[in-house]
Design a protein around this ligand. Structure first.
Ligand code: DX5
Ligand code: ZN
Length: 225
């Protein structure tokens, strides 16, 4: 099957009800989510703590689509096997998280998951030039990681540069942070194909009233269609 560069929406469960992840995932998938984005934060690499591999393993059976795990942790390497064993499809590590991103990405592949590499807003596209052949996904952060609901930072030039660097290689470009109907078109036009969205998908809904999740997803899709 050829590589699918059709734009996809990946709701971040950072904006879901943490006491109800299973039902939240089922609800947002039923409302049209393409992937489920799972934000792991350690209170060290980023100034916030979420959860670790045990929670990822617990929610895995509830994900019918793609489990996209974004590690905002340092160090990464000691925990790769645990996140792979938890059933992550993609495991994305930050290029800023340590001195040996090449080794980290090899280790993710060896553990049986698909490697991704993320770049903070202050990190240039060239920082991942030497590891593109090791990854299935490049994540361009359009906020400084750590919290949902922050304002979008324009990274259009970086996205375009990465799109050119990637060429025909089967590598997704994912955008994470501040994605909403008003920002989605610019990132898709620049070359992104996976749009993470937390607050813009989960706002106004709940597991008891999931309709707004679908309305919100359709509003983002309509913005770039
Ligand atoms: C930011 C996280 C994002 C975040 C996006 O640190 O990596 O995935 O949840 O949230 P919104 O879409 O609300 O900016
Ligand atoms: Zn994320």
């Amino acid at each position: 099957m050829s590589f699918d560069r059709t734009p996809k929406i990946a709701p971040s469960i950072l904006s879901a009800d943490f006491a109800n992840f299973g039902a939240e995932i089922a609800a947002v998938e039923a409302q049209g989510a393409d992937w489920i984005h799972v934000d792991v934060m350690d209170g060290h690499f980023v100034p916030n703590i979420t959860f670790g591999p045990t929670t990822c393993a617990a929610i895995r059976p509830h994900i019918k689509t793609v489990m996209d795990v974004h590690l905002m942790i340092a160090p990464v390497d000691p925990y790769i096997q645990a996140f792979a064993d938890a059933g992550a499809d993609f495991i994305t590590a930050h290029v800023e998280a340590g001195p040996h991103i090449h080794r980290t990405l090899q280790a993710i592949r060896a553990a049986g998951a698909r490697p991704g590499v993320a770049l903070n807003p202050g990190t240039p596209a060239t920082a991942v030039a030497e590891v593109l052949d090791l990854v299935d996904l490049v994540c361009v952060m359009t906020v400084n990681p750590g919290f949902g609901g922050q304002s979008f930072i324009d990274m259009t030039a970086k996205i375009q540069q990465l799109r050119t660097m990637i060429g025909d290689r089967p590598i997704h470009i994912e955008i994470d942070g501040g994605v909403a109907p008003g920002t989605a078109k610019s990132v898709v036009d620049a070359g992104a194909d996976v749009l993470v969205a937390g607050s813009a998908v989960f706002k106004g809904g709940s597991v008891h009233n999931p309709g707004p999740y679908g309305d919100n997803i359709r509003a983002i899709r309509a913005a770039y269609a």
